[in-house]
Design a binder for this molecule. Structure first.
Ligand code: AMP
Length: 281
């Protein structure tokens, strides 16, 4: 497994892969790797001749009051996991390699980045789109792998790739969960034992949403109110949003119409968690 710290070295390695007729699969991450991340690596290994993973806690996607400084960093442990999983290359740049002094170009994803998580995280999706575009130009992958867990991010990235004509196939992989249903996330490390015990309430709400869908309930305001009651019954939970949206433009729907995605953001104590469930015809 090759470890690369500079853009020049990563590009050179990718050119070697391409010259050797290899297809490159790419998994961008912020590290503190768990089974969710590793499921993307596994899928990339299956579908490509070479797999590159990036580990970069991207300052551009954190707000001034967010957890950029505290964000978990476990590089050594991550590298062991990636080597066991057979990654071919790991790109670990420093912030000033990615954003040299004076960098000012950012990608504006428009209105799609202001919905759902964008409402409480202004600028977040522009930061994501900017770093992912840079990483695409650095790694030059044929396919790039993202988790359904960050549903709005998948929508933003697919739109970005389409509208900026990146010749890269965007692959979306299912959410990997703990045994009690909690979606795996590096931020789960912030939860104290009582919060960890409370956190599966997000998945409980998604399952309740599914049971409404299965029984043909159509009125979205009714569903959302019932899910809010369920979430509010957990004293450690504070709802940021509960929305049913159509999956392309993320517009809220008023009457259930498939396909749709039920999206949640809920704080458990001080930790903001997100989760979602997709419903198809
Ligand atoms: P992050 O390190 O949080 O930026 O995540 C890197 C990639 O892993 C993103 O595409 C995430 O959507 C994906 N990911 C994170 N958690 C999960 C999970 N529980 N299941 C599947 N993919 C995930």
């Amino acid at each position: 497994m090759q470890i690369l710290k500079t853009i020049k070295d990563m590009q050179a390695l990718s050119r070697t892969f391409i010259a050797g007729g290899k297809t490159i699969g790419f998994v961008p991450t912020m590290g503190a790797l768990h089974e969710g991340h590793l499921s993307l690596v596994k899928r990339s290994k299956r579908e490509n001749n070479a797999t590159a993973v990036s580990i970069f806690v991207n300052p551009a996607q954190f707000g001034p009051k967010e957890d950029f400084r505290q964000y978990p960093r476990y590089i050594e442990r991550d590298l062991v996991k990636l080597s066991l999983f057979g990654a071919d290359a790991v790109f670990i740049p420093e912030a000033d390699e990615m954003y040299p002094q004076g960098s000012s170009t950012i990608i504006n994803v428009g209105n799609i980045g202001e919905k759902l998580c964008g409402a409480s995280r202004p600028g977040h999706f522009n930061g994501v789109a900017t770093v992912v575009s840079k990483l695409f130009n650095i790694v030059m992958p044929h396919k790039a792998y993202f988790g359904q867990k960050d549903f709005q991010q998948t929508v933003v990235i697919k739109k970005l790739a389409r509208e900026l004509n990146f010749d890269i196939e965007i692959m979306i992989c299912p959410t990997i969960r703990e045994a009690d249903g909690l979606a795996m996330s590096s931020r789960n490390m912030y939860l104290n034992p009582a919060e960890r015990k409370a956190a599966p309430v997000l998945y409980d709400a998604l399952k309740r949403g599914k049971s409404f869908m299965d029984s043909g309930v159509k009125e979205v305001s009714f569903i959302i109110e019932a899910l809010a009651d369920l979430l509010n019954s957990e004293p450690l939970a504070t709802i940021d949003y509960i929305e049913l949206v159509e999956p392309e433009g993320l517009e809220k729907i008023e009457m259930v119409k498939l396909p749709t995605v039920l999206c949640l953001a809920v704080k458990i104590g001080a930790t903001r968690l997100i989760d979602n469930m997709a419903f198809t015809p």
